[in-house]
Every structure is written in C-alpha cells, then in structure tokens.
Write a protein that binds this ligand. Structure first.
Ligand SMILES: C=C(C[SeH])C(=O)N1CCC[C@H]1C(=O)O
Ligand SMILES: [Zn+2]
Length: 597
C-alpha cells in the first residue's frame, strides 16, 4: 500500500542524502585545493573527482526514478525527491562534461592570474586585480591612468575568455535541455520557484529607477565639475572608468569628492582602521563578535584553522572572496585576499553571513542545505553590515568619533550608503539580462559586446572609456561571468536585505515608524538577542520550504519588494530631487553610442 511504499522511499532518500553529503565533501575539498593553489595538476585532480562524482550521481538518479514520490503525502519527502530528480550538469556524457569543466576552469584561472602593465611604465607588468588594480581604482583621480588600466584589464580578463565562454554556453545549454529546461536562463530562474521571476525583476527596477536616475544625475554633475565637460558630458552616460570600481558596480570610492556636504567630517573607516593597526584577523574577529552578540553561532575551531584570509605570496589562488560549506557539519571556511579597508570590512561580514547560514542549517538534510533562494544567501551578511555601517555602530567600535547626527550628516550618510546599494541594482540587473539573452540565443557571439554595452547604457547609464568592438568581450572581465556564477542573486539580495533590516530593527526596538528618535538610518541591531533569534529562525530553515515561507517568518511579508529600500533612502531621494532642480541638471541620459547592434 501507499504507506509502505512511502516508508520505503523515505529509507532510500535518507541514505542517498547521507551518501551525497560525503560525495560533495570530497568535491568541495578538491575544488578548494585547486582554487587555493592554481596548477594544472590540481585542475586535473579536481576534474577527475568531479567526473567520478557525476558517475555516482547518474546512477543514483536512475534509482530515484523507480519511486513514485509525486504521490507521497509527506511534503518534505516529496521536496527531497524533487531536488534529487534533477541531475544537473552530470547529465552530460563524460567527454562533454570534461570539456565544459575545462572551459569554465580555463576562464576562471585566466581571470585569477591576469596581470596588466602599469600606466607610463611598460616595464612593470605584474599588476594583479587584488590588491594592485583595485587600489588604483580606489585612489587614482587621473582619467588617463584609469582608462589605461581599464582597457588593459578588459583585454586580459575579458577578450581572452571569449572562445571558452562560447563553448561553455553551448555545453551548459545542452545540460539544461537534458534537465528538461529550454535553456540555462530557465534553469537558473527555477531556483527562485516563482513563475514570474523575470517580471518581478523588471517591476523592482521600475520602482527603483526614479531614485537611481536622480542619484546618477547628481554624481554625473559632481564628476563633470571635477574632470570637466570634455570628459563627462552634461546629458550623456557616465564614463565607466571614473566611478571608483572596475565594473562601476559600486561607487563608494568617489564619496570623498562628491558627497553632498563636503565640509562635514568624512566618515573614513579605512583611515581609522589603518591608524588603529587593524589586521585581516582582527576584522574577522570583530565580525564573529557581532554575530555572537546576536546569539548566533560563533565560527567553529576548524574555521579559524582552515580559512585563508590573506593573499599567499608563494602561489596563485582565486582571490575573489568566497565562503565554503564542506557538508560535514564542522568544516566551514572563507578564502579571501583581505586588505585593511572599508570595502573589505563589509566583505568580511558578507562572507561570514554565508558561513552563519551554513551553521544555522547544518542539521538539515543535505538536500535542504542551501539558501531559501540564492538571494537569501547573499543577503545575510549584508543585512548585518547595514547595522555595522551605521554611524551609531561605528562610534560604538571607535571607528568614528564625534557628535550625533544633524540633517546634513544624515544626508551624507544616506548618500554614502546609496552609492553602494542603489547604484549596484542596474549593474546586477544588466549582468543576468545579458546572460539570459546569451543562453536564449537572442544574443549571438557576433553581438556579445554590442548587446552587453547596449544594456549597460540603457539600464546603468554608463559607457566604456574607449570604443569597443567584437574583438573585445567585456562581460567576462567580471568574475561571475568567467566563473559561471549566476548574478540575479545579488539583485534579489540588495532588495530583500532592506526588508530583513527593517524587520530586525523593529524587533530590536531600534526603528519605530514615525518616531524621529528611532530612524531606520540610525538602526544598529548589535547585541539584540530578539533580532538575532528571529533571524536564526529563518536561517535554520535552509531551503526546506519555498522562500516566501522563510521571508514571512522574519518580515511578515511573502514578496520581494523595493519598499524597504525606498523607505530607507526616502530622505536622500527628496534631497536629490531638490538639488538636481537647483542645479538644473538633466535627469537621465541620451545615448552616445556610435554603432548599433
Ligand atoms: C563577495 C562576493 C562573493 Se559571494 C561577491 O561576489 N559579491 C558581493 C556583492 C556583489 C558580488 C560582487 O563582488 O560582484
Ligand atoms: Zn556572497
């Protein structure tokens, strides 16, 4: 009878789940060994482990087909079977599987080891993305130097990846079809378990766009004031190399000369950290302390033993920050080439947020040890970091001295948060709209670069510093395109983190709507056990339920909505509209594109 069959199915899937976590522990170790010591030998070892794994997964997948799990009564059991009924890229035959693995590891190692020559010093050609190129983009205010580094990086890390990328697209799409998806775009979107995911992304962009356009117009004016109108036009897109970041995805590094009230003291956390002899380890210990103050789980012993938190000097590694779950309940790591500055201070919280999620759901079966959706995983650390970057918290930890807020410092603070959080949204939206088009073949290799820049101009209002052709492939100059990491997760994260932050601040008694002494911008949930327990209750669920159930546990909402972000930045939006009217600045941008695709 059905009862007995369901019991049999439960026995089967639980043993499969235990076996899978052991297999994935081996795969994670092989991938860790490769990405923390990039050699041909370690690449081959990693590919061999993945190949063995895919054989075992294929066999298990055949077995699951013998169970009529769709008829089971138990929701969780059905959900586990559903996860195991999707084989993934292991559905490819061995030879194609290997080629796909090699095309991705080829792009990723190219990105991780790419070097460029210094400006006006052709003999110094060992500049790496971290820390050298990142430092130049954070500090240089010489448009010619920034242009040189931008062009060289996009040649080394972007153009050189074009052939591997084209091969990856074809094989990855083949794997998608073997998993009953039309293409990879549909496969990626299936992780969000809603039928209208792309429409939701578009709706959120419509809600945020007016705020972004006001901020874009203000920044363009301040850059034109500084560099002159032969470098920055009055009505066109902003040249992408002047925004303090290689991909113009966050503009925090140009705050010092663009903030609304320059005579107000600058909140320079980097300077304070350097003066207080901060080390990467101290940054990690401070972050761990914040999580413990919320009654969340401390980083375990193996975390401090096995993590790599500084760039080694004796080998090449993938420096892009990452957090690792080894699926054995005790081995969790971060790999990061940490430098002591504001951006990395935030990244430490971001990465430790991933590990906290791993720790909170480690009791779940393997099948449910992931975020409620990929955006949740990216939002945990950033939500905590919203409290950390409040002036109140920075004063608490002696990274900011001086008086409480007045209206002008509050606008400066919201501006500082806005050039990180608001400007990121059109960038993130572009990256996966571009790749959806590539996987759907509406963007073909002949149009890769033209379509990429058409989207970046249309959504972000930025343009390349020099003309681009199809000899280039600028999308791959961004880590996630070269490393095959889906990016809509960050777009989702930058929206829902404000819904999470607002809920946590209310629980902590730090935010009371309408009460001018309990403003959202001043909220710091540090040491709030109430807020921490509510967050933990959501994180413990992992992916055992659809994400609206998880979001409801913490926020009472069941939808991803821009209302949290718009409420947080409302005072800045009002100020920007007034300021742009005062200066008569053109809102939006006209196309400056010479060629059309
Ligand atoms: C820090 C990570 C590792 Se999950 C990252 O890739 N982030 C964090 C925010 C956006 C995105 C990026 O750097 O592009
Ligand atoms: Zn992340």
């Amino acid at each position: 009878d059905l009862e007995a069959l369901e019991h049999e199915g439960r026995q089967y899937i639980l043993q499969l789940d235990a076996a899978t976590s052991i297999r994935r522990n081996l795969a994670s170790k092989a991938e860790w060994d490769y990405t923390s010591n990039i050699t041909k030998e370690n690449e081959e070892k990693w590919i061999q482990v993945r190949l063995d794994l895919s054989k075992q997964e294929k066999q298990a997948w055949e077995e699951t087909k013998m169970y009529r799990w769709q008829d089971y009564q138990d929701f969780s059991l059905r959900r586990m079977f559903k996860k195991y009924s999707q084989l993934g890229i292991s559905a490819l035959p061995d030879d194609k599987y290997k080629i796909l693995m090699r095309s991705v590891s080829g792009m990723e190692s190219n990105y991780a080891t790419a070097k460029v020559c210094a400006y006006k010093n052709e003999s110094k050609c060992d500049l790496a993305l971290e820390p050298d190129i990142t430092d130049i983009f954070a500090k240089s205010q010489d448009p010619e130097e920034l242009k040189h580094i931008w062009v060289e990086w996009h040649k080394e890390a972007g153009a050189r990846a074009r052939n591997n990328f084209t091969e990856y697209v074809n094989l990855y799409n083949e794997a998608a079809k073997l998993n009953d998806f039309k293409d990879v775009a549909e496969w990626w979107q299936s992780d969000y378990e809603v039928p209208d995911f792309e429409e939701q992304l578009a709706k959120i962009w419509e809600d945020v766009k007016p705020l972004y356009q006001q901020l874009h117009a203000y920044v363009r004016k301040r850059l034109r004031d500084k560099y002159g109108d032969h470098v920055v036009s009055a009505k066109g897109p902003i040249p992408a190399h002047l925004l303090g970041n290689m991909w113009a995805q966050t503009w925090g590094n140009i705050e010092s000369f663009t903030r609304p009230y320059p005579d107000k003291k600058e909140v320079d956390v980097t300077q304070a950290m350097k003066e207080q002899n901060y080390t990467p380890l101290k940054m990690f210990q401070m972050s761990d302390e914040f999580f413990k103050s919320l009654n969340l789980t401390a980083m375990p012993e193996k975390f401090w033993q096995n993590s790599i938190i500084e760039k080694p000097t004796d080998r090449e590694i993938v420096c892009h920050a990452s957090a690792w779950d080894f699926y054995d309940g005790e081995d969790f790591r971060i790999k990061m080439c940490t430098t002591v500055n504001r951006e990395h201070f935030r990244t430490v919280y971001h990465e430790m947020g991933h590990v906290e999620y791993y720790l909170q759901y480690k009791h779940q079966p393997f099948a449910f040890r992931s975020g409620a959706n990929p955006g949740f995983h990216e939002a945990v650390g950033d939500t905590i970091a919203l409290s950390v970057s409040s002036p109140k918290h920075l004063r608490r930890v002696d990274l900011l001295e001086g008086d409480a807020e007045d209206e002008q410092t509050e606008i400066n603070q919201l501006y500082k948060m806005g050039i990180d959080k608001i400007v990121f949204l059109p960038f993130a939206y572009t990256l996966d709209l571009f790749r959806y088009g590539v996987f759907r073949k509406t963007t073909t290799p002949e149009d890769y670069n033209c379509h990429y820049w058409r989207l970046r101009e249309m959504l972000q209002g930025v343009e390349p510093p020099v003309n681009r052709t199809e000899e280039d492939f600028d999308a791959a100059a961004k880590y996630h395109v070269s490393a095959n990491v889906e990016y809509a997760r960050y777009y989702v994260s930058f929206i829902i983190q404000f819904q999470f932050h607002r809920a946590l601040c209310q629980l902590a008694g730090e935010y009371v709507p309408g009460n001018l002494n309990k403003k959202l911008v001043d909220c710091d949930i540090y040491q709030s056990i109430t807020a921490g327990n509510a967050l933990a209750n959501m994180l413990k669920m992992g992916s055992s339920k659809p994400w609206p159930d998880a979001m409801e546990v913490l926020t009472g909402q069941r939808e991803m909505r821009a209302d949290g972000l718009l409420e947080y930045f409302r005072p800045l939006y009002e100020w920007l509209k007034t300021e742009n009217q005062r200066t008569g600045e053109h809102i939006g941008w006209e196309s400056s594109r010479t060629q059309f695709c």
